[in-house]
Design a binder for this molecule. Structure first.
Ligand code: MN
Length: 427
């Protein structure tokens, strides 16, 4: 018996216990929405269609530069990770796809596809990794990868990205996300222009290998692991790169990859306006790239981002919604469930914005009313709607309660080897 088999009974049992209270809460919300001229069923359909991909690497405990403290039942490999991703989806019904990271997730597309099919999960964008060395590689990425001074190192990084595309094509992915750690720690360490020239030349070689129905996402990050300069440091450089590469290249916005006060929702709007918004890595931060759970620190910002997402999608944008977090003090499955729910919550709240009232307030320069129009949507407790969407899809009214009741973690802890906490983690 698989630990996944524990979930249906836990979902059914906890749903039965919560059924009466849920029905009353849902009726009250539906009545409130109706008074505002909103149809709960139409909203439910839109919310159900909003899904986020789980990062395979997020199912394990992350860490900081200082230490990693793994919990019981850590996934020992990609198949354990996919089991955990399936558990998350069965509970919250918002995460049908997984985003894989290579070479962490192996090099056997047939086995990945078979496992995904068996679990009923699909695969979103695949991620390449040229920010750390693998035991068998010929050239080190210590001083860069796609922008490295040495052509042999650049070629090795290009070949790895092309292998990621091959694996992705075999498992049904349609996009490659490229994030590199290339950068410098000292002024003068590298020539800014030469570095970007080399990066672009490498990126073009990868772009040329994209299947016709694929996209390539360039992901920017302000700093870390390089602390003086990073080659793709902001959305402007990301936009320039995507523009230089061509129509199949778009920008991926990781919410945590900005300075603390940056207006991320405005960046989203700018990229969308020029057709270069490809997708997201959802997470939250207070200081830097903290990789905290989505909505944990600033749920209002997540809502404002979703408000722009709705505008972009209304104009036909095809956005990849993915999570990218590091879970240091929680059960990763619980954090990923919570984050998927928070992304959906923000999306549902954005759907409630009275767009006519907002436009009228903007046209009449009524700043306060414009702000209050957004706040009115953000203040609405949409949890009963989210719970009903989960229930109708076979999920749990309260996924965290059902997960804990299932004993899934305890069951996998008996089967999986104890994980070492030695060394820092990948964050
Ligand atoms: Mn990311």
């Amino acid at each position: 018996m698989s630990a996944l088999d524990l979930l249906p009974e836990a979902i059914a049992g906890t749903n039965a216990e919560a059924a009466d209270a849920h029905a009353r809460d849902l009726d009250a919300l539906a009545a409130k929405l109706e008074r505002k001229g909103l149809d709960a069923d139409a909203l439910k359909a839109k919310v159900a269609a909003f899904t986020v991909a789980i990062p395979s690497w997020g199912t394990g405990t992350g860490g900081t530069r200082f230490a990693r403290f793994p919990g019981p039942g850590e996934p020992a490999g990609i198949f354990d990770k996919l089991d955990d991703c399936a558990a998350i989806h069965r509970l919250c019904r918002a995460t049908p796809d997984v985003s894989l990271h290579f070479p962490w997730d192996g090099d056997d597309p047939a086995a990945l596809k078979q496992k995904g099919d068996a679990l009923g999960i699909g695969f979103d964008a695949v991620n390449s990794n040229t920010f750390q060395d693998q035991p068998d590689q010929a050239h080190s990425y210590k001083h860069g990868s796609l922008s490295h001074q040495s052509k042999a190192t650049r070629d090795q990084a290009i070949a790895h990205n092309i292998r990621c595309i091959e694996i992705g094509a075999a498992i049904g992915s349609k996009a490659l996300t490229v994030w590199v750690g290339d950068g410098t720690n000292f002024p003068g360490q590298q020539d800014f222009t030469g570095q970007l020239d080399r990066y672009l030349e490498s990126a073009k070689a990868i772009y040329a290998a994209l299947p016709s129905d694929w996209r390539m996402f360039t992901e920017h990050k302000i700093y870390e692991p390089a602390f003086y300069s990073t080659i793709v440091q902001d959305w402007g450089t990301s936009y320039l790169i995507a523009t230089e590469l061509g129509d199949k290249a778009q920008c991926l916005v990781d919410l945590g990859h900005h300075a603390p006060t940056v207006n991320v929702e405005m960046i989203v709007a700018r990229l969308a306006a020029f057709g270069k918004l490809g997708g997201f890595h959802f997470n939250d931060s207070k200081y830097g790239d903290d990789d905290l759970d989505s909505g944990a620190i600033d749920p209002y910002r997540l809502f404002l981002v979703m408000n722009e997402v709705l505008r972009a999608e209304a104009k036909g944008a095809n956005l990849a919604h993915m999570i990218d977090q590091s879970h240091n003090v929680t059960d990763p499955i619980e954090s990923l469930i919570a984050s998927a729910n928070e992304a959906r919550r923000a999306y549902a709240q954005a759907l409630l914005v009275d767009q006519d009232a907002l436009r009228h307030a903007q046209e009449s320069n009524d700043a306060l009313l414009a702000s209050e129009t957004l706040k009115a949507a953000f203040r609405t407790d949409v949890e009963p709607l989210l719970a009903e969407v989960r229930r109708e899809a076979g999920g749990a009214l309260d996924p965290l309660v059902a997960y804990r009741a299932s004993g899934y973690r305890q069951a996998v802890a008996k089967e999986r080897p104890v994980s070492s906490g030695a060394g820092g983690g990948i964050v």
